[in-house]
Write a new protein. Structure first.
Lengths: 409, 409
């Protein structure tokens, strides 16, 4: 069951001027289920994205990149669940392009102005006719206050819909930042994969928006892991419609840049943590903070070694303060000149290890108390520098094996 | 349950002239259980070893490295289970040295002529008095035909004892190569860890023995994974007693070098595969062969990405030919310029994927037939070179979670 996570209150999700959302049922996997989302964007919206690094990237990812690099401004997004259109070769690309062309026809746009997204089973042909048949209903449903329904429409193995929103005042003008995400693990190549769409009505240049996206992703979606697998379809899109009038934020020299970037980052962190809280089989939410590194990269390397270890994750499932497994993960994280005698390790606020072994002050009952909670903080001080990185993950339970062993049955 | 693995027939394990083995019960973890092994070696035996890369390496690993680099020839090994003497700081080093000194007293040797090994729980002080009290019984038990008992004495979470033996004729003189191993995963920082001891009575120079060890480990223990964690205690020791008279094999220019190296490698591969077959919770044995790489390193990188993926391993547990998960693992293995359209993937002899998607000839029933067997071969052709690497692993079952969640209870 999701850890401290419930569906968002639709009233808490601010509409974003310049964005309308429409939902429909194409019956891709199950009849009657909402599985198609269309988003339309005001003219001159700036749109930037980051995508999976997996070499087996899905057809829609390839088409997205083409269209984002094109001259025609992006004016709409189309998302389907139930089929990832990945591992589908040339035919997959053709079907992704046909989906764009069909929606373009309904909206009087060019196909190159549409970004396509798919999530679901891979290696199966995309049922493009079903999606095309559902587009008129999705277009008829387009309205600005549809974020909560959109968050539901893009769910796959997710138990809870994921959405977040912030209001930000920039030089006295109020703007909205609203986003949705889906994904029940950082990666589920066969079924889930991570998708996220955020929009603001603030006017932002493409370059500034790109910088904000990279910063926010690095502090959010790039800090989570459920199972360490990297999907074929991961996509995160940030939109600035500029529909609310104000001078354009050109770059980070504009004092408003940082305020808006903070709001975007907050929304993205909330969505990223929601994915971990709803991780497959999750019963615990863990924050792994590594400090005292020479640079952020080595802090993240150590944090991920801990957060990915099946041995650490099963110990957290069992609420067992099995310190040795955490220290061993620190030891094999790949820092060749690490001095293990200087490392300190805390569970919550309890110092559990120092000087290469268990801390003299440590009482097992104290560790057990921290481990019994649904949210657990692990902190490691490498004592070799002054940088920090934080990673979020969930535990590894019987249900993870069950969900993934039985997925296709 | 172990996959196609049963305890070795003691009669099949050749004694190695120059090696005697003695077993005793120190009551380290459970009363009455055999948990201490002493091996003595003929004077002038050559001894070489490889050890864990984990920065949190255990105290006995540090002491082993010191003694191997010393001037005094190694004449005995002492192994205990039930406690890993890892994460124990300066006191751990002192206790490992004291164990060596005690055994040296019984055998009229110097402490520097003893190599110590420990495996079991980490972060707990080594009960050195219990080990010392058991040494006289172990020494009294020393005999050449004790390999099977020794394999049993070093078990921890292992279900089945692991030993293998080969006879090799070099220029008409027959030599034995016999080895034992323990470990129920490549790494189990808290309990298991991998230990292996091999000996031959052939006379081999230190340099030649070192070369043989590195070659054999690279083709065996460095080709397995159960959970991807790297232990604090992993050690593999190769001994050449030279107790059977023959000219010394000085280097790989000696035609006998290759024959002996092959025998050592065969024994090590059998032991390494036995560890995977007895992997925690294993129900399937998988061989992942990646060919057509630019170099062996990239083949191994792809093979490990597949073999480590929890999604792949749970699919194998379910006997589900979930090809997408394997392709996704190939895609995220980290080869930046990989052309996924050229990759071909087989399950057993069935071609399942090519040209970026499912093979036209593939029938799901064929894939399901391969997956139903207890031993499954996965083969990937990267089509970008002519090197090959093979990795062995097991599936990921409910029992893996159970064993590791409940280990300390």
């Amino acid at each position: 069951m999701p850890v401290n996570l419930s569906a968002p209150d639709p009233a808490s999700l601010l509409p974003v001027p310049g964005v309308a959302l429409g939902i429909a049922s194409a019956g891709i996997k199950k009849p009657g289920r909402k599985d198609v989302l269309v988003m339309t964007l005001a003219p001159d919206s700036e749109v930037v994205g980051v995508f999976t690094q997996n070499r087996f990237c899905a057809a829609p990812v390839t088409v997205c990149k083409e269209h984002l690099h094109g001259e025609a401004g992006i004016r709409a997004l189309v998302v389907n669940t139930g089929n990832a259109n990945a591992g589908t070769g040339q035919e997959g690309l053709a079907r992704a392009r046909r989906t764009c062309a069909s929606l373009a026809g309904h909206l009087s746009l060019k196909a190159e102005q549409i970004l396509p997204f798919s999530t679901g089973v891979i290696l199966e042909p995309l049922p493009v006719e079903k999606i095309e048949a559902a587009l008129p209903a999705a277009v008829a449903d387009l309205k600005p206050a549809n974020w909560a329904m959109a968050a539901e429409a893009i769910m796959t193995t997710d138990i809870v819909a994921k959405a977040a929103s912030r209001k930000v005042a920039l030089n006295g003008v109020e703007f909205a930042v609203t986003g949705i995400a889906k994904g029940s693990g950082m990666i589920h190549p066969n079924m889930a994969t991570m998708l996220s769409f955020l929009a603001t009505d603030a006017p932002v240049s493409c370059e500034a928006l790109e910088a904000m996206l990279r910063h926010a992703v690095n502090k959010s979606f790039n800090c989570i892991t459920v199972d360490g697998d990297t999907s074929t379809n991961d996509s995160c899109i940030l939109i600035a419609t500029g529909a609310t009038a104000a001078p354009v934020i050109m770059d980070d020299g504009d004092p408003r840049f940082t305020s808006l970037q903070s709001a975007v980052t907050e929304v993205m962190v909330q969505l990223a943590q929601a994915i971990v809280r709803d991780g497959e089989g999750a019963t615990k939410f863990m924050e792994v903070r590594v400090e005292g590194g020479k640079d952020e990269a080595e802090c993240k390397q150590v944090a991920y070694a801990i957060a990915r270890s099946p041995l650490v994750k099963t110990a957290f499932f069992a609420s067992d303060p099995n310190l040795g497994r955490i220290l061993a993960a620190v030891g094999y994280a790949g820092i060749a000149d690490l001095d293990v005698d200087r490392i300190r390790l805390w569970l919550g606020n309890v110092l559990v290890a120092e000087k290469g072994g268990r801390a003299a002050s440590y009482q097992e009952a104290e560790g057990a108390r921290v481990m019994a909670a649904p949210e657990i903080a692990v902190r490691v001080d490498l004592a070799r520098g002054d940088t920090v990185a934080t990673v979020w993950t969930c535990d590894f339970s019987y249900d993870y094996v069950k969900i993934n062993a039985e997925y296709r049955t």
